[in-house]
Write a protein of this length. Structure first.
Length: 395
């Protein structure tokens, strides 16, 4: 009798099934995660050697400059810090979302890490989780080989060096990838909950919110037109709940800023102070027009390549949540008036754009060709990342 009382209760079937699915996904993704880690290790090695040759502190360059400093200050002191620029302009820290500072502070509180070290550890850990989620999406849609190539392409993205910095890109991409995966599997409440966390990470969560909302609406409309009107809302209750959950993180922070500043539009005013207002692409057009002709033509070619990738995603018939998310990230990144140099970094979470080349590379034979292309991209990304990080301007 005592043995029966002390015997642990069996795990609930749903919990056990969830753990089994996670184990299967992790096992399937293990090769992709290993290759992703190797790609990022190459990038870090090249950067470390280059920084040492230049007499610079590589660790500081990864976690002690630009946005990283703002997040760490919030983690240490909370919100309330504002920089006054020489021209009288203001840069308040309310422009930065709270999830990364919360994680930095929590990790630093239970480990010997400094806030800077905690930020880097969070970013690196989130990068692996993001790679896992990206592989899960790619493998579900086009097979494990395509999923592996997709992860490598994301890890060798031109501005992938940011994945090694104490920034929010990896954290946001991890949450977005797993939210999309949950939506693809019909796990709408999980998708919405992950979107809540994404909305506490970056303003670009608006793209993920739109992807879930458009997918949900399209599903309802399609079912309604097919004659499934009776009990429509009841059958789709979990989907509706997930879609309603999705914007709550983003909205919670916007409301927080509004209450703190005493203005319903305070968050957008803060963003405008940083020069990040939405202008429909006018700033981008003005930037291109102000470049020397060769540079302007090169940038137009890059934008043309971006448009071609979007076209290929549409032609590939990607599932609606994946397609809308990728396109929305691109649109959000291009229609703002912010610093132009950050736009490639802002588009990095749009991993669905890499699905068409991932599928094409996965089909290359012999396999050595695919490996050679990916290796060349990894080395190129490492060199570009080291050159950029050792430069004076922010990424």
């Amino acid at each position: 009798m005592p043995d029966q009382q002390t015997r642990p209760l069996p795990a609930a079937p749903d919990t056990r099934a969830t753990r089994q699915r996670a184990a299967v996904l992790l096992t399937a993704a293990a090769p992709a995660l290993g290759v992703y880690a190797a790609v990022r290790a190459v990038g870090l090695l090249v950067f470390w050697v280059w920084a040492s040759a230049a007499g610079k502190d590589a660790w500081h360059l990864l976690g002690g400059r630009w946005d990283s400093v703002w997040y760490q200050r919030i983690a240490e002191n909370g919100y309330g810090y504002t920089v006054t620029l020489p021209d009288g302009g203001l840069h308040p820290d309310l422009a930065f979302f709270p999830l990364l500072p919360v994680l930095e502070r929590s990790l630093a509180a239970v480990t010997p890490l400094t806030l800077q070290g905690a930020g880097i550890v969070v970013a690196w850990s989130a990068g692996l989780i993001a790679a896992w989620g990206i592989h899960a999406v790619g493998a579900r849609l086009y097979g494990r080989r395509a999923g592996l190539v997709l992860v490598v392409l994301w890890g060798a993205y031109p501005t992938a060096f940011v994945q090694s910095m104490a920034y929010t890109e990896t954290l946001f991409t991890a949450l977005a990838a797993w939210s999309l995966y949950a939506a693809l599997r019909g796990r709408w409440i999980a998708a919405g909950a992950l979107c809540v966390l994404a909305g506490l990470t970056r303003p670009s969560a608006a793209a993920l919110i739109a992807a879930l909302a458009v997918t949900g609406a399209a599903g309802l409309v399609g079912e309604y037109r097919a004659g499934g009107r009776e009990g429509l809302l009841r059958r789709n209750a979990r989907m509706l709940l997930g879609v309603c959950l999705a914007p709550l993180g983003w909205l919670a922070y916007v409301v927080f800023v509004a209450v703190r500043q005493g203005s319903p539009f305070a968050y957008f005013e803060v963003q405008a102070q940083w020069g990040n207002s939405i202008d429909g692409g006018r700033a981008l057009a003005a930037f291109v027009a102000g470049l020397p002709l060769p540079a302007a033509l090169g940038l137009c070619a890059a934008l043309g390549l971006l448009g071609w990738l979007v076209y290929l995603c549409v032609r590939q018939r990607q599932p609606l949540p994946v397609l809308v998310y990728g396109i929305a990230i691109v649109v959000v990144s291009l229609i703002g008036s912010g610093y132009f140099g950050s736009r490639p970094r802002l588009m990095m979470p749009a991993f669905p754009l890499l699905l068409p080349p991932a599928v094409a590379l996965a089909r290359l034979r012999p396999t050595a060709r695919t490996g050679a292309v990916l290796a060349a991209l990894a080395v190129g990304s490492a060199a570009y990342g080291a050159w950029t990080l050792l430069g004076p301007g922010p990424p």
